[in-house]
Design a protein around this ligand. Structure first.
Ligand code: FE2
Length: 426
């Protein structure tokens, strides 16, 4: 067989060195040596070849808007929502599209090839919805974009949110979102979870809900989300995002909640960069870190990923579309520092996030879609430590980004290897 592209001599996550042959947009062979003709051969020279990064939680309608019309002075979630409300009337279709496409370019250059983004539906014009539906079509050849109908100002709290969310789904938005902790009462939040899950079940859609993004230990909408998942037969199709209140919940209650989530097959996506910044803002000391209970959920058999959430927007003033930054912060805050846990954090921003998004034919195996990234690192743990250059990114069989190797070597005789690499556990 002739291949369109061969990635030669890359190190896979399990330590094997292999050539990867690509044909017709699919992985056609993974073997120790492939010595046949190919349209192009790229020498990975022992560098880590990984499946592409995946982000299951983002806000693409707000990204790259930092400072417009002003910055978030208090740093809180609520001021961020208020600030977004000031920005919303100023949005134009073209500006939203332009920012989103610029972000997609960043993402591709970082090897991030699938993103689930929430889109605010609390706007009678549905301007961001239409703009991101356009963006989804534009980037489809190289980036998988999933859109979540997200009633940012509250499904009941905003007078037209219900109608606009249903309209957005009719326009082609893929997933049903919500924000129960932003409703006026706990009861309204509970009812919103029920109704939104029913809307998803009627349409055969997945659910991804911002849930309990608060430091209130009594914010327990995740319980309702797991309950509705089971009642409506949505197992394996529902994700709870943030879940920060779990950080502050009573341990006994959590011991009852986690088995319910596992039974309902509800996955969880904390957003470590954002949770560490937004939560605990009303605390003095000790100051809560606000990230949900990641190791405990994993131990309970719950699927957990990590999301980026925000880059340069009303809620977060930094960010680079690098899922390794996200995993790096995640492993620190969750204290997942054993070699096995660090590898798991790498999996969380790749294969686990892909499973949460329901991506098909993902991963480095024969027959799967030929999307991969070559990193200037020797193994996943080294990649987490260095957050290195993405030397080559292949999406659906096409090379979509390349970067020259920056081989910073010590000018000392007898030290041939890069000084930054090869000193980590593998
Ligand atoms: Fe979010």
């Amino acid at each position: 067989m002739n291949f369109d592209l061969i990635i030669k001599g890359g190190t896979l996550a399990d330590g094997r060195v292999a050539d990867i042959g690509i044909h017709g947009g699919r992985i056609a062979a993974i073997e120790p040596h492939i010595d046949v003709d190919a349209g192009e051969v790229i020498d990975a020279a022992g560098d880590l070849v990984a499946p592409p990064f995946v982000d299951p939680h983002f806000h693409m309608d707000a990204t790259l808007s930092y400072g417009t019309p002003r910055i978030n002075a208090s740093g809180t979630l609520l001021e961020g929502i208020g600030l977004w409300g000031e920005l919303k009337p100023l949005l134009t279709h073209e500006a939203v599209k332009e920012r989103a496409l610029a972000y997609c370019d960043w993402a591709v250059s970082m090897g991030l090839l699938a993103i689930r983004t929430h889109v605010d539906t609390c706007d009678d014009r549905l301007l961001a919805v239409e703009a991101l539906l356009d963006v989804k079509k534009t980037v489809a050849p190289y980036l998988d974009l999933q859109l979540v109908a997200f009633p940012q100002d509250g499904f009941y709290r905003d007078p037209t949110a219900r109608e606009n969310t249903v309209r957005a789904l009719a326009l082609g938005i893929d997933i049903v979102g919500g924000i129960p902790h932003f409703e006026r009462t706990m009861e309204d939040g509970r009812r919103s979870v029920t109704e939104l899950c029913e809307i998803a079940a009627e349409r055969g859609l997945r659910v991804d809900m911002h849930c309990d993004e608060t430091d209130d230990p009594l914010s327990r909408h995740i319980e309702q989300l797991a309950y509705e998942t089971q009642r409506l037969g949505l197992q394996g199709r529902v994700n709870g995002s943030h879940l920060t209140s779990m950080h502050s919940m009573d341990n006994y209650y959590v011991s009852k909640l986690l088995p319910l989530m596992a039974e309902a097959e509800v996955s969880a996506v904390p957003n470590p960069l954002i949770n560490i910044v937004l939560q605990g803002r009303h605390d003095s000391y000790p100051k809560r870190r606000g990230m949900t209970r990641v190791p405990e959920m994993l131990k309970a058999g719950i699927r957990v990923g990590f999301g980026q959430d925000c880059v340069l927007d009303p809620w977060y003033s930094l960010g680079t579309a690098d899922m390794l930054d996200v995993a790096f912060m995640g492993l620190h805050v969750a204290q997942m520092t054993s070699p096995a846990d660090m590898r798991r954090c790498f999996d969380m921003v790749t294969s686990e996030n892909a499973a949460i998004m329901g991506l098909e034919a993902y991963g480095l195996a024969v027959g799967n879609i030929a999307s991969l990234v070559v990193l200037d690192a020797g193994n996943p743990i080294e990649a987490l430590r260095l957050r290195p250059d993405r030397l080559c990114v292949v999406s659906k069989g096409q090379v979509v980004s390349r970067k020259a190797r920056n081989d910073s070597r010590l000018a000392i005789a007898g030290r041939p290897a890069s000084v930054r690499r090869r000193h980590t556990a593998s």
